[in-house]
Write a protein of this length. Structure first.
Length: 128
């Protein structure tokens, strides 16, 4: 049955079951009264219900695929934003570390500058 191949058992279980019930009823009537109108009518009904189940299943599969694609797109976007946030945090940390290093270097070099600016003691001047 094409409906089963289309996934109607999963995506259109109710319609698919009604189609199977109609088919079983048509087959029983055909066995009991071959060629009678009720058997033919139920066979047509089974075919229509199976087609309905197939169409419902295909639509449900499309919807599921679209939902999965939307979710995947959303996941990719969230991952991209998370990477951007992480990179921004790393840049901020790196900048903060660079500023700290400059301050430390400045503090360490300050006493040397002071020493260079200080006048030499008088005793050293005479000997030189």
């Amino acid at each position: 049955m094409l409906a089963r191949l289309a996934g109607a058992e999963k995506y259109a279980a109710d319609s698919y079951q009604k189609a199977l019930d109609s088919l079983n009823w048509a087959e029983r009537n055909q066995d009991q009264k071959p060629g009678q109108k009720p058997a033919i009518t139920m066979a047509r009904e089974a075919a229509l219900r199976a087609e309905d189940a197939r169409v419902i299943a295909i639509r449900a599969q499309r919807e599921e695929a679209l939902a999965q694609e939307r979710q995947a797109s959303s996941d990719r976007e969230a991952a991209s934003e998370a990477r951007a946030d992480q990179q921004a945090q790393e840049r901020a940390l790196s900048d903060a570390q660079r500023v700290r290093r400059k301050r430390i270097v400045r503090r360490l070099s300050e006493p040397r500058r002071r020493l260079k600016r200080m006048p030499m003691p008088i005793a050293r001047r005479r000997s030189g």
